[in-house]
Write a protein that binds this ligand. Structure first.
Ligand code: ADP
Length: 248
């Protein structure tokens, strides 16, 4: 078993766009239940890496495994989502006309594993899960509010809640605290810490104090491959990391 029990395993991945190597011999793995932060300068390949994992971009070569048995390169984007890989883009996307409750209910009912489930009433187990989720995402007091009237941070939490209703094994998040107030950022850290162990998370972020609160291991990407990896303190004192952040 080459994946060593990892939930995500990338080995020697390469992607070129018109001869330009956006991903260059990238190897990286994530343990089940881990919360990994990814940092790196603009153009490092962070978005392209997430596109590869979710099937949006197909690499020219390399290995990409989900768990020990699933070769992700054999699947297309919609199938990969169904396998249990969720993705959150930077901007919040919720159904603005619907209430907080209705958004979560819809996310729960869109479970592709249960055909036509959108027409069913919530089971009591599902209702319990929804109620619990409202607390996890700090929206228990806003159940009946229209999503369009929520703050930016609250919309982000709601969308994260919607993704979680589908019970992903791995969740990829692109700059989740960008544009949030300090208080919202703190509460997002709280939310992420509560997910650790239950889901595996890959978080691309620039906010170092947020990263410091939530992460165990930080991976620094640069020029399409891993430049450094370790605790935030370790990578921040790494000469090569300092150079790419300050020297360019
Ligand atoms: P990051 O998310 O770390 O800022 P990206 O993955 O967006 O980096 O981009 C990595 C490099 O690949 C950049 O130089 C970017 O210009 C290039 N790139 C990304 N997508 C494409 C594409 N579809 N066509 C051409 N070049 C691309």
């Amino acid at each position: 078993d080459v994946t060593h029990g990892r939930i995500l395993y990338l080995e020697g991945v390469n992607v070129s766009f018109d001869g330009f190597k956006a991903i260059n011999n990238l190897s990286l793995d994530i343990a089940p239940g881990e919360l990994r932060c990814i940092i790196g300068p603009n153009g490092a390949g962070k978005t392209t890496m997430m596109d590869i994992i979710t099937g949006k971009t197909r690499p020219d070569s390399g290995t990409v495994f989900f768990g020990s048995t699933i070769d992700l390169l054999r699947y297309k984007e919609p199938q990969i989502a169904q396998l249990g890989i969720g993705r959150k883009f930077q901007k919040p996307t919720v159904f603005e006309q619907l209430t907080v409750f209705e958004n979560l209910e819809l996310a729960l009912k869109m479970d592709k594993r249960v055909p036509a489930s959108v027409f069913f009433k919530l089971s009591s187990a599902q209702s319990d899960r929804l109620a619990e989720m409202l607390h996890t995402i700090h929206l228990a007091d806003s159940v009946s509010r229209q999503a369009g009237n929520l703050s930016h941070g609250q919309k982000q939490w709601l969308e994260i809640g919607m993704l979680l209703m589908q019970d992903p094994k791995l969740l990829l998040l692109d700059e989740p605290v960008a544009g949030m107030t300090d208080e919202e950022t703190e509460r997002t850290a709280e939310l992420f810490l509560s997910l650790k162990g239950k889901h595996s998370l890959m978080v691309v972020e620039h906010d170092m104090s947020f990263i410091n609160t939530i992460s165990d291991i930080v991976t620094v990407l640069c020029d399409g491959s891993v430049l450094a990896q370790g605790t935030l303190a370790q990578v921040q004192s790494d000469e090569r990391v300092i150079e790419v952040y300050l020297g360019r």
